[in-house]
Design a protein around this ligand. Structure first.
Ligand code: NAP
Length: 248
């Protein structure tokens, strides 16, 4: 029989959980019964989020975490182990768009380096630090919050429904890179039981886009939460949005 995680005994860590989609993912997993580590780099914003989650009944604890900093990430996972004794779900949500202009003929190459450092290398840094704990979990899951603008299929089609986003040589390719790296993790970790998937939250009103998005953070959190709650025979190595599979 396929086992479904008993969430009341499970711990999740969400990066960039002080606001936006990450906060909504933390709230949603907390409502499912998870103990939730609120990964955030700024102390005041982190503690405010933890307090607000606790007020709504979530078993939340703060985890100081800057995904671009080796020491911060190592200390963060040590704290999770100390506080919760283990980790079952890692949601790599923290991300940045980088400054404009991002047209490839105009972008400052340092902007690309900065975006890749957070959106790709940051995910790898946190994932690698979390893996020793995840390997001990009975139902380990990794969810990468990617974006449909990282879909090469949509970029090549210059999707005129807006799903390709603006021309962006830093942000969009960083999500393509993230998806490509995820598949390498999936290949390396085959047979471990760790399910690793990517989620596109859709166009969500957050600081990231000056609140121009058309979806709520709760709507954006739905697919990441679904992937965090997959049963043991659920998919791995997929890329999903609310409507289904996102083309690579
Ligand atoms: N909003 C959308 O329409 C949309 C669409 C597709 C994908 N996404 C993805 O969804 C994820 C969440 O974005 P959002 O829209 O919720 O944006 P947001 O409100 O700007 O939140 C981003 C979060 O990431 C954190 N973060 C950034 N750099 C970090 C670092 N070095 N270390 C730790 N945390 C860091 C931020 O912390 P601070 O508060 O300290 O800056 C914040 O908590 C991102 O990966 C984004 O690419 C968003």
């Amino acid at each position: 029989m396929t086992e479904t995680p008993e969430t009341s005994t499970c711990t999740a860590l969400v990066t960039g959980a002080n606001k936006g989609i990450g906060y909504a993912i933390a709230a949603g997993l907390g409502a499912e019964g998870f103990r939730v580590g609120v990964g955030a780099r700024d102390e005041a914003r982190r503690e405010e989020a933890v307090a607000s989650l606790r007020d709504s009944g979530v078993d939340a604890f703060g985890v100081p975490l800057d995904v671009t900093d080796d020491t911060s990430v190592r200390d963060a996972l040590a704290l999770v182990e100390k506080v919760a004794g283990g980790l079952d779900v890692l949601v790599n949500n923290a991300g940045i768009t980088g400054t404009v202009p991002q047209e490839p003929t105009q972008v400052d190459l340092d902007v690309i380096r900065t975006v890749v450092e957070t959106n790709v290398l940051g995910v790898m840094r946190v994932t690698n630090a979390a893996l020793p704990l995840l390997r001990r979990s009975a139902h380990p899951r990794i969810v990468n919050v990617s974006s449909g603008v990282g879909s090469l299929t949509r970029q090549a089609a210059s999707a005129d429904d807006g799903s390709a986003g603006p021309v962006a040589a830093a942000y969009s390719p960083s999500k393509t890179f993230l998806n490509a790296v995820m598949l390498q993790y999936v290949r390396e970790l085959v047979g471990t039981g760790i399910l690793i998937n990517a989620a596109c939250p859709g166009y969500v009103a957050t600081d990231l886009n000056g609140f121009r998005g058309t979806r709520t953070v709760e709507q954006g959190a739905a697919t990441p939460i679904r992937l965090a709650l997959l049963p043991d025979d659920g998919p791995t190595g997929g890329f999903y949005e609310d409507a289904g599979v996102v083309p690579w």
